[in-house]
Ligand binder design. Structure first.
Ligand code: GLC
Length: 416
């Protein structure tokens, strides 16, 4: 499987010559996603760390090259302007108000994605790319400081997204209610989630104006990854002898965890829920976000236990092929993400990146048995259906884009 993973990442590799250098990265899928995405590239880099760390460093270099002066790492880089279209979301998510005029194609979006870069850098450094640390650390320092200072309007340590497309879980039903959409109406969900993006574009992506509205969110998946990655950043900083950065990252991580526990933990339901707007109204749907804090090493044991009870319940998140992106018993669960023929992703089928996070969570909380089961079932999915974007949680059938990059994460899930 490792050989097949490597072959796929190679087949999806783009080499672009620019500013006298050759940049290499893998597109998530040649047909459906022909650009560079932030968290996809981090996942690709993790997989490259298993067999060619230097190729993994190139993957991240191509992404880091586009970091904004304020520290933001964009969620998509459009290396090929000829692949940018007006009828897609490309212009809508780009910073330039005039981007739709001829000759004004955007180069990046104005959004970011779950902050996985520190984990990706750490994996490469531990795999032997020690020199990459000095190059990557200043980029990480600026990125995580940007998130802490620009994306935390209430200064509680939890970072905010400005559209659900920043969570990486695009049409997750977690946000249906917040955007005022009914969960069986695909066109309404699509239109209302994009309406927020239209407002952002009209606000020129000015964060002050965006945060003055009430549709930003402190997403549980994003913040679980934030808390975990701040720890990775602290370890990297210590390794490089930057005690001050290490202390900052440790303290931020602890503050964010404290707030997550105080604000997003629902002790009645035994799950975490994302918080919308300055009133921090909790989302209600039972989605995979609710479980993601299992990734956090310092999560109190009694809370991890309660999450585990939901995760391993066959009526909720542990069918034949765990882990579905929405609990099977939630009214919004959809087995193949199609509502009335329209494809809206993250509404039921399982994805290898969330399996990979939860696999780590299970290992960290001493659940080796469940961790191996998850790894075995994930391997079975790939053996039967190839490296795919999603898989049906009951049927195991591949759903969505084929030859999909981050499905190769399965090779990093130990079934021993
Ligand atoms: C979809 C996913 C997002 C991913 C992108 C590229 O938009 O929701 O998480 O990064 O595709 O694969």
């Amino acid at each position: 499987m490792r050989e097949a993973a490597r072959a796929l990442l190679e087949a999806n590799t783009e080499s672009v010559t620019r500013d006298g250098r050759v940049w290499r990265y893998s597109v998530p899928s040649r047909r459906s996603y022909p650009h560079q995405w932030l968290w996809d590239s981090c996942f690709h880099a993790v997989v490259w760390s298993l067999f060619d760390p230097s190729r993994g460093c190139d993957e991240l270099r191509s992404l880091f090259h586009w970091q904004w002066p304020n520290g933001l790492i964009p969620h998509v880089v459009f290396w090929h302007p000829e692949r940018v279209y007006l009828r897609k979301w490309h212009h809508l998510e780009s910073p330039d108000v005039w981007s739709f005029l001829p000759g004004h194609k955007p180069r990046t979006t104005a959004l970011t994605q779950p902050p996985v870069p520190a984990t990706a850098v750490e994996r490469l450094v531990l795999a032997g790319a020690e020199d990459f640390l000095a190059e990557a650390l200043p980029v990480l320092d600026r990125y995580y400081h940007y998130l802490a200072s620009e994306r935390d309007p209430d200064q509680d340590g939890l970072i905010s997204t400005i559209t659900q497309f920043e969570t990486g879980l695009d049409f997750s039903p977690a946000y249906d209610r917040a955007i005022g959409a009914r969960s069986r109406f695909a066109l309404e969900i699509a239109a209302k989630s994009r309406r927020i993006e239209i407002k952002n574009k009209l606000a020129g992506y000015d964060l002050k104006r965006i945060f003055a509205r009430e549709d930003h969110a402190e997403d549980v998946l994003v913040n679980a990854i934030w808390i975990d990655n701040l720890k990775a950043l602290a370890r990297l900083a210590r390794r490089a002898g930057h005690a001050e950065l290490a202390a900052w990252a440790e303290a931020k991580s602890a503050q964010a965890l404290q707030s997550l526990l105080e604000r997003a933990w629902d002790s009645g339901r035994g799950l975490f829920f994302s918080l919308v707007g300055s009133a921090e109204i909790r989302t209600e749907a039972k989605t995979i976000q609710c479980l993601l804090p299992l990734l956090i090493e310092d999560l109190p044991g009694e809370i991890a236990e309660r999450l585990l009870a939901h995760l391993t319940d066959s009526r909720e998140f542990w069918p034949a092929y765990p882990v579905p992106s929405v609990g099977l018993d939630d009214p919004s669960y959809d087995s193949d993400s199609h509502i009335h023929g329209i494809r809206l992703i993250w509404r039921g089928p399982c994805s290898m990146n969330t399996n990979w996070f939860l696999h780590q969570g299970l290992v960290r909380h001493g659940e080796a048995g469940y961790a191996s089961q998850l790894a075995e079932r994930s391997q079975e999915l790939v053996e039967r259906g190839g490296f795919n974007e999603f898989y049906g949680a009951r049927s195991g059938r591949p759903v969505g884009a084929k030859r999909f990059g981050w499905a190769t994460l399965v090779t990093d899930m130990d079934s021993a």
